[in-house]
Ligand binder design. Structure first.
Ligand SMILES: Nc1nc2c(c(=O)[nH]1)N[C@H]1C(S)=C(S)[C@@H](COP(=O)(O)OP(=O)(O)OC[C@H]3O[C@@H](n4cnc5c(=O)[nH]c(N)nc54)[C@H](O)[C@@H]3O)O[C@H]1N2
Ligand SMILES: Nc1nc2c(c(=O)[nH]1)N[C@H]1C(S)=C(S)[C@@H](COP(=O)(O)OP(=O)(O)OC[C@H]3O[C@@H](n4cnc5c(=O)[nH]c(N)nc54)[C@H](O)[C@@H]3O)O[C@H]1N2
Ligand SMILES: [Mo]
Length: 845
């Protein structure tokens, strides 16, 4: 279907003709002949700095380029966060760059009917035709007073996102710029924000830690510091105790000293029981928390205390927390809830206390991206308050300072249309049932997955046109069926992409994107090893096909077309505000704009005007060479007494969450309890403001759906962008229990025996959301009662390697997001994908 091989060849032929007229015969094509006079490898080649975007590590790397070809990848030795390492996925980038299934030229749909398996009948068109069509549609909406019916979808991004996501949407006049962030890991940030006022991911002092507690993630496989974790993990195992809390045996657990296979979604019970032991056994970190006024420990199980007996130092509300939640939460109680024995809970708490404050508590999405995840995340993060390890030697850290320019103000470029205030966006953030309290503000966050329902319900507005880039929500959002329905009914969609993925199948115009890391200008901010960095992305090879850069060139080209049609505000903004810091000039064309914009943003890292602690880089050329600017190493205890909470303290009683919930409740003229009720939390009254345990929310009763499904990431997933590389498929077996070129449901052999299932049998797995046939694979790394399948396979589009049969839209295995229902941790707006919310039944077929 869709992009047949023949069309690709036709399309490529069309490019070559264009390219010959424009800029000569491409020398860079991996398939083009090399200089016949030279032997292979004769060109000495050079290493060029850029950044891997395989995951949110945003790892600074270098690419070895020889004869115009990218041939090898390594970690950037200039980076202090990764110490010159990269993980296997950076190498896979070569197969993404040279993927023969890449979209090579702009295309338009000729079949108006949309849906899975319906051939869009794409035909190649020129950039001019594509951009004219887009600009006409945008002007039509604007002229009809319907600018707000336009939306911009952003998936993965670089910080050049400002140009397309903010500037373009806002100057054009739509409130609907919608990011992917709530599909990602926002609920984690809730944990840190509502205890210590930090809305971001944490860093970890791994080289000095004495105890590493990994909770709901697998740092050797995923999360945000994969190369550095792989590099230092051996040393950490030698010097520190490593404990992993995860219902399945993950790769880190396989090497750790302790594995706590918690029942899915009961992490909160384990956390509050650890807190109970730390308090009743007099093990809290007194220099941080303070002590009883008479220095005698009065925390006794079941006993309520008067607040006046304790003097707190850097914390707020220890006694309230004890009285409201902790006093009865013994390990014996927790054992019944979370499946970890009381004995292990005591041992864990005592060992942590012995290592305090040099403890890294590394909390990840497994514990937070749950239906009641904000409270679980708060419960785990609050252990940092008790143990004094936040911002302390060997502990959980925050970030350093990076220095870049801000997006220039948009106000002068907004006309009457752009100035119209819209109360709500199409994802319904800020609705009563979607507080999305990012940084404490009602509707301050995004509810990405609800975008599909907003579109279907035409609420709060109808959407008539969308542009999406580097996003594949029809694959990456749980309850993915809703997305297919929403996208099928959408009048006009533009997808800026490297591959014809699931989202592309619903597009009216497909724009071939320069691929990140290898062909794109951009920059990122990342951290690791207590260094924060500004990391550059630059084209290391000439673009292979007739592609343009998603975040800068394409919006500039659209702006030119809008200007031709009488709306020049956006183009003027780009030309007048984004100025080359070296020449003082704005861009005269899209290509220039792509580089100038990055120079504008990153200038403070290399222009030498101000002296910041960290690397001294002299000039743009030097920055391009180095590829990365490193902040000086973080100092300890900088944040103590200055937390960005309401009380400036570490809040065991969260005045910050109280204020946020009150703001949201007042906006809707209801009580906080009503908000909690509508949003599916168990807490009422004062319980809502302390870290506490809530029982896991589950789709499907245990009677009808006796198994609990666990989703996990692949070592080789580059979010959703590597499944079309042969290396991904060939090495799939590196995911514990998996098989190459396949997708398997892992099941404990004891459970399988009970069902009469043999290793390799085909089984039917059914949730409240979908039913699929899949190969069963025995794997002992699971608690009986749970089954798991790695996220990543199940593409019915994307290319001929990812899909089993691209032409007939047949997937390899199935997509976990079609099995898992759509629900949220509503305080953060996050999509739930963990926490055992998906009950399933398994039958032999
Ligand atoms: N290899 C790889 N690395 C990546 C990415 C990738 O695609 N591939 N993506 C990047 C991105 S965008 C992000 S947001 C981060 C995400 O960071 P990750 O750490 O990868 O987050 P998840 O994949 O959500 O975490 C899943 C883990 O939680 C466990 N889990 C599931 N349910 C529960 C539960 O109820 N309790 C507990 N304690 N654990 C549970 C799973 O078994 C699994 O080990 O990773 C980044 N790094
Ligand atoms: N079940 C389950 N679902 C998950 C997760 C999980 O662990 N389990 N992880 C979640 C997480 S953490 C995240 S962050 C989201 C990510 O989900 P999304 O933000 O939707 O991103 P991807 O799935 O990576 O899809 C990116 C799309 O961009 C296009 N593309 C690929 N490379 C490029 C490029 O270089 N440039 C451009 N312009 N386009 C490109 C392709 O069409 C590709 O399909 O998925 C979430 N979904
Ligand atoms: Mo993510």
């Amino acid at each position: 279907m869709k992009l047949r091989r023949r069309d690709f060849l036709k399309a490529t032929a069309a490019v070559s003709t264009v390219a010959m007229v424009g800029c000569g015969v491409p020398k860079n094509n991996a398939l083009a002949p090399m200089d016949p006079k030279k032997a292979i490898g004769e060109d000495p080649g050079k290493w060029i700095s850029t950044t891997c975007q395989g995951c949110t590590t945003w790892d600074p790397i270098q690419v070895f380029v020889q004869d115009g070809r990218a041939v090898k990848v390594r970690g950037n030795p200039n980076s202090k966060a990764n110490c010159g390492t990269c993980c296997p996925r950076a190498h896979m980038g070569l197969q993404q760059l040279y993927d023969p299934d890449r979209v090579k030229v702009p295309m338009k749909r000729t079949n108006p009917e949309k849906g899975r398996g319906i051939d869009p009948k794409f035909v190649p068109i020129t950039w001019d035709e594509a951009l004219n069509t887009i600009a006409d549609k945008m002007m039509e909406l604007r002229n009809n007073g319907e600018a707000h019916k336009y939306m911009l979808n952003r998936g993965r991004y670089t910080y050049m996102r400002d140009m397309i996501y903010d500037a373009m949407t806002k100057i054009y006049g739509s409130p609907n710029n919608i990011s992917h962030s709530a599909l990602c890991a926002e609920a984690e940030k809730s944990g840190a924000f509502y205890t210590h006022g930090y809305w971001d991911y944490r860093d970890y002092d791994l080289t000095r830690t004495k105890y590493l507690l990994i909770w709901g993630l697998d740092p050797l496989v995923s999360n945000r510091q994969v190369p550095f974790s792989i590099k230092v993990f051996g040393d950490v195992l030698d010097k520190a105790t490593v404990t992993v809390v995860d219902p399945k045996l993950n790769a880190s657990a396989a090497k750790a000293h302790n594995w706590l296979p918690v029942l899915p979604g009961t992490d909160g019970a384990l956390a509050v029981a650890i807190a109970h032991v730390l308090l009743t056994e007099d093990l809290w970190h007194k220099p941080f928390v303070g002590d009883f006024k008479n220095s005698v420990n009065q925390f006794k199980t079941g006993v309520t205390l008067d607040e006046s007996v304790f003097e707190e130092k850097y914390t707020n509300g220890i006694i309230k927390w004890w009285n409201i939640e902790l006093k009865d939460k013994t390990p014996e109680w927790a054992e019944q809830e979370c499946g970890i024995s009381a004995e292990v809970i005591y041992k864990t708490a005592r060992e942590m206390a012995a290592a305090a404050p040099s403890i890294c508590i590394w909390m990840g999405p497994g514990a937070a991206m749950q239906v009641r995840g904000t409270y679980t995340a708060m419960a785990i993060e609050s252990l940092c308050g008790l143990l004094g390890n936040l911002d302390n030697i060997g502990g959980t850290m925050m970030k350093g300072k990076t220095h870049v320019n801000k997006m220039p103000k948009l106000d002068d470029y907004k006309d009457e249309v752009a100035k119209i205030k819209h109360k709500y966006k199409i994802d319904q953030r800020g609705y009563l049932q979607f507080p999305a309290l990012n940084s404490g503000k009602s509707g301050g966050g995004v509810v990405t997955n609800n975008l599909a329902d907003g579109i279907l319900q035409k609420n709060p507005m109808e959407i008539k046109m969308g542009i999406g880039y580097m996003n594949n929500f029809a694959f990456s959002g749980t309850g993915a069926q809703r997305w297919e329905e929403a996208m099928s009914g959408l009048e006009f969609y533009v997808h800026i992409t490297t591959n014809a993925s699931e989202m592309t199948q619903f597009a009216d115009i497909v724009l071939p994107s320069a691929i990140t890391t290898f062909e794109k200008w951009g920059y990122l901010k990342s951290k690791g090893n207590l260094h924060s960095q500004v990391s550059l992305l630059q084209p290391v090879v000439e673009p292979l096909f007739d592609v343009r850069t998603d975040e800068t060139e394409i919006p500039f080209l659209i702006a030119e077309k809008l200007a031709e049609r009488g709306f020049d505000k956006l183009l003027r903004y780009y030309k007048e505000q984004i100025i080359d810091p070296e020449t003082g000039k704005g861009a005269s064309n899209a290509k220039e704009f792509a580089e100038i914009a990055v120079k504008y943003y990153t200038a403070p890292s290399w222009d030498g005007k101000k002296d910041f602690p960290g690397d001294k880089i002299k000039g743009w050329e030097a920055f391009k060479d180095a590829g990365v600017w490193n902040d000086a190493r973080l100092e300890y205890k900088k944040s103590w007494g200055k937390f960005k909470t309401v009380t400036k303290k570490f809040e065991f009683y969260s005045e910050t969450l109280k204020k946020a919930l009150k703001g949201h409740a007042d906006k809707h003229n209801v009580s906080i309890d009503k908000v909690l009720d509508v949003c599916n939390y168990e807490a009422r009254g004062e319980m809502a403001f302390v870290p506490h345990y809530e029982a896991p929310f589950r789709y499907g009763s245990f009677e009808e759906y006796p198994f609990t499904f666990i989703d996990h990431k692949s070592r080789l997933n580059k979010e959703g962008r590597s499944a079309n590389t042969p290396w991904y498929q060939e090495f799939k077996k590196v995911d514990l229990g998996d098989e190459s070129w396949d997708d398997v449901l892992k099941i404990n052999p004891d459970d399988a025996a009970g069902l009469g299932i043999k290793n390799g049998d085909m089984v039917r797995i059914t949730s409240t959301n979908g039913s699929f046939t899949i190969k069963a694979k025995f794997w002992e790394g699971l608690r009986p009662g749970t089954v798991t399948k790695c996220y990543g396979q199940g593409h019915w589009a994307y290319g001929r390697v990812a899909a089993l049969d691209y032409k007939n839209a047949k997937p390899r295995g199935f997509n976990n997001n079609e099995l898992m229902p759509c629900d949220y941790d509503r305080i953060s707006g996050s999509t739930a994908r963990n926490g055992g919310f998906c009950g399933v039944k398994i039958e032999k077929v």
